[in-house]
Design a protein around this ligand. Structure first.
Ligand code: ZN
Ligand code: ZN
Length: 230
């Protein structure tokens, strides 16, 4: 049956559009391009590639303690990894979170980070949620939660624009919105090891802003793992 189905409606590789077996997402050559970052090649705190020696923190981290205690990613933001995130985010393919969540889990093991008390995700604005119908970071975090057998907690909320802010220009409002998160369950933060999940690390500002909101309630450690790093 599936043979006939494949014959008439072949599944295509997400990256190169070649026909593939219906159970797959990428063809073999594209899958082989999907290589995870070796954590040893990066700064153990901020995951920057500007390190002099394996295992040593970078100069920026030695000058100033980062707001998120430890940051890491699974893939560089290019090739099939970039395509997969793009499909998950913009092309209504929430089911991709399952496979991508396994990669986050494997990288977590590779990093040898301590087990978190719980897992949280970077929230998105309500309007974006309505557009998309799901929050890709939350889907990824829930997959990691299942695999790690640690609870997922809805901890952060993106602050919506209030009437008093309506006077600001669009640009000012967007900037303010992008950077404001409120903590929904502050009583759960103190002395806890928290793992924050997001899809893409670009400048690190989003993670830093999430961390700043959480740091007010004194967590023991904050770890952040993203699928891609651009
Ligand atoms: Zn391919
Ligand atoms: Zn560093």
């Amino acid at each position: 049956m599936s043979y006939f189905f494949d014959l008439f409606w072949p599944t295509l590789c997400i990256q190169c559009q070649e026909p593939i077996s219906s159970k797959k997402i990428l063809c073999a050559p594209c899958l082989s391009e999907l290589t995870t970052i070796n954590p040893l090649s990066r700064c153990p705190r901020c995951f920057s590639d500007e390190i002099d020696n394996v295992g040593k923190i970078c100069s920026s981290c030695s000058e100033k303690k980062p707001t998120v205690d430890y940051v890491a990613s699974v893939f560089d933001y290019l090739g099939p990894a970039k395509k997969l995130v793009h499909e998950l985010k913009y092309h209504d393919r929430p089911y991709l979170a399952k496979s991508l969540g396994s990669y986050l889990f494997l990288q977590f093991l590779e990093l040898q980070w301590p087990e978190p008390d719980y897992i949280i995700s970077v929230p998105q604005s309500f309007s974006r949620f309505l557009d998309r119908g799901y929050n890709q970071s939350e889907l990824l975090a829930k997959e990691v939660s299942k695999l790690l057998q640690k609870p997922y907690v809805k901890m952060l909320k993106k602050t919506e624009v209030s009437i008093s802010q309506a006077k600001l220009t669009l640009k000012e409002r967007q900037k303010l919105q992008a950077h404001s998160f409120s903590v929904l369950q502050p009583e759960l933060v103190q002395d806890k090891v928290i793992l924050l999940i997001d899809d893409v690390y670009t400048t690190g500002t989003t993670l830093e802003c999430c961390a700043k909101s959480l740091q007010e309630y004194h967590p023991h450690r904050l770890y952040a793992l993203t699928l891609c790093r651009s």
